[in-house]
Design a protein around this ligand. Structure first.
Ligand code: SF4
Length: 622
């Protein structure tokens, strides 16, 4: 019998023993976990003993696609990656777009699970002809673009998707990423460092000939057109026309643009950094596509003005324009192209890099760090060349870079004193997306409470209105914002389980229809939100087993502070934090005293088997 939407198997790779095992996936598992982030949570929970260090060879890293992978649906090349990560020592779940998810399905796999550590630097090649662990010693030290190009050249004819790590991961930089199909990035919780800890430089998947079994091909075609139309019209068509940086002006208008490490919200220079400015002044070379995507939101461009004129690179996403721009006091979009390219090639998370370099700049202005500490780099706001130098030092763990490679939270704790209170991060150790979340409470709360190390409940598409729920009456309500976040929590992680780019699945009703057309399932939005809540609660229990405490569900001093100017001036999140946390916990069915899911919640979600695990944790203090 055909498993509509799936190949029905997962490949286990034991790197220590250089052995491969094919494990069947039955309908029950796939219906329960969907794919992607859901399957990642299942295997992470099932296979991972509590308190295993992130760098232990037995720490599995799971790559999974979903039922939409390799179909006609837009952006159906997305891959989800899950592992215990070094930034939080808790679960990490992050997505990369491009082709990997589709090509893996075309080789008849729903996922890959890596365990162990290769005896030398290696890369894995998967094709319809088999699986092979190949020597990668010649790729050590190569940046992510060169690594991709070399592997593609080595593997010869046919299309190949390559995801790899860069020099930063090789040196154990905690916030290393996995980059593939150009500069698509699996960015959160240092999953690149996990891959590198296994001596795995890259994964290459050749396009195969297995076709995803579809229950109703004609219906899917029709829905696919509808989803495409919704996606292209989303935000008035801004994503296709102007890229993600098309939202920069609005971000500034509402006070959500991060400026100089949250010391101000004012950045009038932002107008020359918007997608609208860049796309009408810089030279467009070509669009950069992903599998079956017509939005093609990103461009390869040439900088045409300023000191970096002539530089050719991928257009920075919104979060790079802010994280490597306004956050560092840099207002030249051309300079951000250069920094973005550097960070990408080295294989580091743009967000964490921005929060770390911006924190160093503030420490430097305040005399907490001097030129002696920075090996001569003049870390004043807006100094592009100094930022470049510091980023290179981080990737090599050279001088102060060795401290900063730990991420801003750990670096500040080593420096101590006032510097600790200047970090923009959560108490779990993650940093937010490139926004000033003090003017965007729904994402702020989500970043702090998340069990995935990234946004868990909220994203542009996980809007209460789209899910048929009422929005909060005020974006700063300490009662309504946490309650609404808890209500919608579940949908977003389902998006990350389907195997398609979020930008392409903006209408939940059509997503439900598409899932029916692919799998013959009959699930409503509410059913999927419930499934999402199951996945979230599995990760929540995993995190408690691995050291999560209630106190870690909170922002750092600066992250929770009141903006000193701008539209959200004086509105303090921290002052309301106890109320916010209690309301969120109660609405999620978590014990307000501990943050743990209650036994009733787990039973209601058919997760009663997790209750003994949770009850056996004695170290959690209220
Ligand atoms: S919208 Fe952008 S990231 Fe998503 S699939 Fe299309 S090109 Fe890729």
């Amino acid at each position: 019998m055909s498993l509509y939407g799936y190949a029905g198997k997962i490949l286990r790779v034991n790197l220590t023993e250089e052995k491969f095992f094919v494990e069947p996936l039955d309908q029950g598992v796939l219906t329960r976990f969907i794919g992607g982030a859901g399957l990642g949570a299942k295997y992470l929970y099932q296979d991972h003993p509590a308190n295993l260090p992130w760098s232990d060879p037995n720490n599995e890293i799971i790559f999974a696609n979903g039922p939409f992978s390799n179909t006609a649906l837009g952006g159906s090349g997305t891959i989800s990656v899950t592992a215990k990560g070094p930034m939080t020592n808790l679960a990490g779940s992050s997505q990369g777009n491009g082709y990997m998810g589709a090509f893996l399905k075309s080789c008849e796999y729903d996922g890959l699970i890596f365990k162990g550590k290769a005896s030398r630097w290696s890369y894995l090649h998967i094709s319809r002809n088999g699986v092979e662990l190949k020597d990668a010693s010649h790729l050590v030290g190569k940046d992510v673009m060169e690594t991709q190009e070399r592997i593609q050249a080595e593997l010869g004819k046919g299309r190949v998707s390559v995801y790899c790590v860069g020099p930063a991961a090789e040196k154990g930089v905690r916030f290393s990423v996995i980059v593939g199909d150009g500069s698509h990035t699996v960015s959160k919780n240092g999953l690149g460092a996990v891959l590198a800890s296994k001596n795995l430089k890259a994964i290459a998947v050749s396009k195969g000939d297995f076709k995803t079994p579809i229950y109703d091909q004609e219906l899917l075609k029709k829905i696919s057109k509808g989803l495409y139309q919704k996606a292209i019209e989303y935000l008035d068509g801004s994503r296709h026309k102007w890229g993600t940086a098309g939202s920069l002006g609005n971000l500034h208008k509402v006070g959500a643009m991060p400026v100089r490490n949250y010391t101000t919200n004012l950045f009038p220079e932002h107008e020359k950094m918007t997608g609208q400015y860049v796309r009408t002044h810089f030279e467009k070379i070509k669009r950069l596509p992903c599998h079956a995507c017509a939005i093609q939101h990103n461009l390869l461009m040439k900088v045409t003005e300023g000191p970096y004129a002539g530089f050719v690179g991928e257009e920075p996403e919104l979060e790079a324009m802010t994280g490597l721009g306004s956050q560092l006091g840099i207002s030249d979009a051309g300079a951000v192209f250069v920094l973005f390219d550097l960070v990408d090639r080295l294989g580091m998370d743009v967000n964490e890099t921005g929060w770390t370099v911006g924190w160093v700049m503030e420490c430097y202005q305040k005399g907490l760090l001097t030129k002696k500490d920075t090996d001569g780099l003049e870390m004043v706001w807006g100094n592009v060349e100094a930022a470049k130098g510091l980023i290179q030092k981080i990737a090599k763990r050279e001088g102060i870079g060795n401290l900063l490679a730990e991420g801003v939270k750990r670096a500040s704790e080593t420096l101590g004193g006032e510097a600790v209170h200047m970090t923009v991060c959560t108490k779990k150790g993650t940093t937010p997306r490139g926004h000033d979340h003090r003017a965007r409470w729904s994402e702020h709360l989500d970043t702090c409470f998340s069990n995935t190390s990234s946004l868990e409940a909220t994203f542009a598409t996980a809007r209460p209105g789209a899910l048929g729920l009422p929005p909060a009456s005020s974006p700063y309500s300490p009662w309504e914002v946490p309650a609404v976040n808890a209500m919608i929590n579940g949908w977003h992680i389902i998006e990350d389980s389907l195997g398609a780019c979020r930008f392409n699945i903006t209408d939940p009703h059509l997503v439900v229809d598409a899932l029916h057309a692919v799998t013959n399932g009959d699930l409503s939005i509410a059913d999927l939100v419930r499934k999402g809540k199951q996945i979230v609660n599995i990760l929540r229990v995993f995190n408690f087993k691995n050291g999560l405490t209630r106190d870690m569900d909170a922002p750092s001093t600066r992250y929770g502070s009141a903006p000193v100017d701008g539209p959200a001036k004086g509105i303090s999140l921290s002052q309301n934090w106890d109320v916010i946390r209690e309301i969120y916990y109660r609405n999620m069915g978590w014990d307000p005293a501990t943050g743990k899911p209650t036994p009733d919640t787990l039973r209601e979600l058919d997760l009663a088997d997790l209750i003994p695990d949770l009850e056996s944790i004695r170290s959690v203090k209220p």
